[in-house]
Design a protein around this ligand. Structure first.
Ligand code: C2E
Ligand code: MG
Ligand code: MG
Length: 562
C-alpha cells in the first residue's frame, strides 16, 4: 500500500505533524505505536487530558501502566503482544484510561498493524472517548448534551455576560406516548418537536437535545431578538396546530423552564440544575406552561431537601427530636374531657422547632411517615392506656396519613400495637384527612372493614377543606366528622356558612355519626358554635397541644382518679 511506503520514508517529526494535522478534524486521539521499539506517539490533545509526559514516549510499556486503568492493563498487554508477534494484524479494544485527575474514562481503541522501516511493526489507530461519542443525535439531527456542556463551559468561561437566556423544554407526556404508541411514535414526536423549536427560534439561537425528551434552547446574544415567552407560546401554538391537522391522532404538550441573567461565575452543573428546577416547577404547576427560574423558590426547595435529610437522620437515631403532644377533646354537652388528639412535634438542632405543616408533607413524600406514624401510634396507645385509669371511656385520636394506608400494612401494625400495649380497640380513633383517600381502592375498603370489625373507629379529619364530600363519610364509614378550624372561622364570619355547618351537623347525625368541632379559641366562638349542636369540641379554648406529662397534670390528675 502506498501510504505504507510513504510512512517508511518519513521522519518521526514528519509523522508527528501528519498526526497533528489529521487530529484537527477529529474528536479522537490518533496514535502510532512502534511495537518493535516500544515507542508511542500520540496527539498533543491526548497529553493534555491524560498523564502522558510528552507526545513521543520511548518507554511506552512503563508509561501506559500509568495511563491505563490497572485492572485493564493485562488484557491490553496481551493484545499488544499478539500484534507484536504477528499473531494479529489489528487491534480493537474498549477499556479504561485514567485522566490527569485519576478519573476513569472509557475509551475505544482501534488500530491496524503496518510494516514500518527496518522491519518494525507499527500499530496506527485512534482512541475515542466513549462518553463523548454521542455528540449528535440521529433522531432529531440536533447536537446533544455533551456538546451543549462543552460549548456552555467555554461561554461561561470566556463571556458569561453574553448569555441572554436558556430555555429547557420537556414533553409532558412522553413516557405515555412511548408506552402506548411505541418507541417509533416517540421518535417521531421528538423529531417533530425538534423541527418546531428550530423553526421558531432565531437562526443565531442554538438548540440541543438533552436526555430523553428534553431540549435546551440557548441564546448567547448573537442577534436573537425573540423573548423566551414568545418563543414558548409559538411552540405551543405550532404543536396544537399540528395535532389538529392530524385530527388529534396524537396529542402532546410541552413545558419549559427559563433561566435569565446572572450567568457570571456559574458552572454548567448549576445551570443544568437551575433549568431542571424551573422546568419541574412548570410541570408541578400543572404542565403545558413555562416557568422562569426563581432563586427564592429554589432555596426553599433546597431547604426542603435539607430538612428531609435531617428528618431521616433523626428517625434513624431512634426518633431523636420527635415528641407527641396531646390536645384535649371535650364533650359539647358538659365540656368534660373525653379524649385527646395526638399531634406530632419535631425539633432539630439545625432547624429548631419546625411546624407540622412543613415537616408532615416531607415525611409523607419521603415515606418516612411510615416509621414515624408507628412511633406516634405506640406513644399514643401507651399514654391512652394509662389515662384510662383516670377516665375509663377516654379515647385517643391518632392521625393517619394516606401514605401509611397505601404503603404499609396498617391493620397488622395497629393490631400488634394495641395487643402489645394492652389497649382496648374502642379507645383508638384513627383520623384520616379528606384529600388523602380520594382513590379508595378495594384494598383500602377492606382495611376500613377490618378496622370496623375490630371496633376501631375512624374519623374524617379536616372536613370543610378541599373537596368536602359527604360520600367519603359513607365510604370510610366514619364514626366522627371533624370540622376544620378554617370552616368554623368562616361560619363565625358569615351567616350562610354558619347555616351550612348547622345543616351538615344535622346530616351527619342523621347518618348515625358524630361531629367534633375544631379550632374554638374564644368564649364567644364557643357560645355561637355550640348552637349548631356538635358532639365534641377541640380548641385552644379548652387547651393547646402539650406534652404527655403536662397534659396529665393539667387535665387528668385534677379529675377524680380511681
Ligand atoms: P389536624 O389533624 O387537623 O390537627 C389539628 C390542628 O389544629 C393541630 O395543628 C392543632 O394544634 C390545631 N388546633 C387545634 N385547636 C386549635 C385552635 O383553637 N386554634 C388554632 N389556631 N389551631 C388549633 P398541628 O398540631 O400544627 O397539626 C397540623 C396538622 O399536621 C394536623 O392537622 C395533621 O393533619 C398533621 N399532623 C400532626 N400530627 C400528625 C401525625 O402524627 N401524623 C400525621 N399523619 N399527621 C399529623
Ligand atoms: Mg387530626
Ligand atoms: Mg383536623
Amino acid at each position: 500500500m502506498d501510504y505504507l511506503n510513504a510512512l517508511q520514508g518519513m521522519s518521526l517529526e514528519q509523522i508527528r505533524s501528519v498526526i497533528e494535522i489529521m487530529q484537527q478534524s477529529s474528536d479522537s486521539y490518533m496514535f502510532i505505536l512502534d511495537l518493535t521499539s516500544d515507542t508511542y506517539m500520540v496527539a498533543e490533545k491526548a497529553t493534555k487530558r491524560f498523564p502522558f509526559p510528552s507526545i513521543v514516549i520511548e518507554n511506552c510499556t512503563e508509561i501506559l501502566k500509568k495511563v491505563v486503568y490497572p485492572a485493564d492493563y493485562e488484557m491490553l498487554a496481551a493484545d499488544m503482544e499478539k500484534c507484536r508477534s504477528g499473531e494479529k494484524d489489528s487491534h480493537a479494544l474498549e477499556y479504561r484510561w485514567l485522566d490527569r485527575m485519576g478519573r476513569v474514562v472509557w475509551i475505544s481503541c482501534r488500530g491496524t498493524v503496518v510494516a514500518g522501516a527496518e522491519g518494525h511493526r507499527l500499530l496506527i489507530g485512534t482512541v475515542t472517548e466513549m462518553g463523548k461519542k454521542a455528540k449528535a443525535d440521529n433522531i432529531t439531527g440536533l447536537r446533544r448534551e455533551v456538546r451543549f456542556r462543552l460549548n456552555m463551559e467555554a461561554t461561561l468561561r470566556d463571556d458569561p455576560g453574553s448569555v441572554r437566556y436558556l430555555m429547557r423544554i420537556g414533553i409532558d407526556n412522553f413516557k405515555e406516548i412511548n408506552e402506548k404508541e411505541g418507541v417509533e411514535a416517540g421518535d417521531e414526536v421528538l423529531r417533530e418537536l425538534a423541527e418546531c423549536i428550530t423553526k421558531t427560534v432565531d437562526e443565531s439561537v442554538d438548540v440541543y437535545r438533552l436526555v430523553a425528551d428534553e431540549f435546551m434552547v440557548v441564546d448567547i446574544g448573537k442577534g436573537g431578538e425573540k423573548e423566551p415567552r414568545a418563543i414558548y407560546r409559538q411552540i405551543q401554538k405550532t404543536i396544537a396546530a399540528t395535532a389538529k391537522s392530524k385530527e388529534y391522532s396524537r396529542f402532546y404538550t410541552v413545558s419549559a423552564g427559563v433561566l435569565e441573567g446572572g450567568f457570571s461565575g456559574r458552572t454548567v452543573e448549576e445551570i443544568m440544575r437551575f433549568t431542571e428546577f424551573a422546568l419541574n416547577e412548570a410541570k408541578r404547576n400543572g404542565r403545558n406552561q413555562m416557568a422562569v427560574f426563581d432563586r427564592a423558590a429554589y432555596d426553599v426547595y433546597l431547604e426542603k431537601l435539607d430538612i428531609r435529610k435531617a428528618l431521616r437522620q433523626d428517625v434513624s437515631h431512634d426518633f431523636r427530636g420527635f415528641e407527641v403532644y396531646y390536645q384535649p377533646i371535650v364533650s359539647a354537652a358538659d365540656y368534660k374531657l373525653v379524649g385527646a388528639e395526638a399531634l406530632l412535634r419535631w425539633k432539630n438542632e439545625k432547624f429548631g422547632t419546625v411546624s407540622p405543616a412543613v415537616f408532615i408533607p416531607i415525611l409523607e413524600e419521603s415515606g418516612l411517615i411510615i416509621p414515624v406514624g408507628q412511633y406516634v401510634l405506640w406513644e399514643a396507645a401507651k399514654v391512652c392506656r394509662k389515662w384510662k385509669e383516670y377516665i375509663p371511656g377516654f379515647h385517643i385520636n391518632v392521625n393517619l396519613s394516606y401514605v401509611q394506608l397505601y404503603k404499609s400494612d396498617m391493620m397488622r401494625d395497629v393490631e400488634r400495637c394495641i395487643q402489645e400495649v394492652g389497649l382496648d380497640p374502642e379507645s383508638l380513633v384513627l383520623e384520616l384527612t379528606e384529600s388523602g383517600y380520594i382513590e379508595t381502592n378495594d384494598r383500602i375498603k377492606e382495611l376500613f372493614r377490618d378496622l370496623k370489625s375490630r371496633k376501631i373507629d375512624l374519623a374524617l379529619d379536616d372536613f370543610g377543606t378541599g373537596y368536602s364530600n359527604m360520600r367519603y363519610l359513607k365510604e370510610i364509614d366514619a364514626k366522627t366528622v371533624k370540622i376544620d378550624r378554617s370552616f368554623v372561622m368562616q361560619a363565625l364570619r358569615d351567616e350562610y356558612d354558619y347555616n351550612i355547618i348547622s345543616h351538615i351537623i344535622d346530616m351527619v347525625h342523621s347518618l348515625g355519626s358524630v361531629v367534633c368541632m375544631e379550632g374554638i379559641e374564644e368564649k364567644e366562638e364557643l357560645a355561637k358554635m355550640i348552637a349548631t349542636k356538635p358532639d365534641m369540641i377541640q380548641g385552644y379554648y379548652f387547651g393547646k397541644p402539650s406534652p404527655a406529662e403536662q397534659f396529665e397534670k393539667q387535665f387528668l390528675a385534677a379529675t377524680d382518679s380511681p
